[in-house]
Design a protein. Structure first.
Length: 108
């Protein structure tokens, strides 16, 4: 498998894993909510880099969401290291949600 194929496959698996992480107060996964800002796999050092945010900095489910995402991403076969960062720039807003998420939440 080429490094490009490996990067694509690990990124695809990361998206799948993140689509199983749900905010306990919102019936939509964190990927479709637009809380994932970056997924990047570096085959040179076998590190999966993920930047995520929260709907609000004071989100009561923050620890749960970050730890659930960390556990699901760490279970992906291939990466040897995980760099999961919680970021707040840019600030999250409803426009970052997928069409499916907006539909699920009655925003369309």
């Amino acid at each position: 498998m080429t490094p490009e194929d490996q990067t694509y496959e690990i990124t695809r698996k990361a998206v799948e894993a993140l689509k199983t992480v749900y905010d306990p107060e919102i019936p939509v996964n964190i990927y479709d909510l637009g809380l994932i800002y970056k997924i990047d796999y570096d085959p040179a050092d076998k590190t999966l880099h993920v930047d995520m945010t929260l709907t609000a900095p004071s989100c009561p489910a923050a620890d749960f969401l970050v730890e659930d995402a960390r556990m699901k991403l760490a279970a992906i076969e291939g990466p040897e290291k995980l760099d999961l960062r919680l970021v707040f720039e840019p600030e999250w807003d409803k426009d970052m949600m997928s069409e499916e998420a907006k539909l699920e939440l009655g925003l369309l």
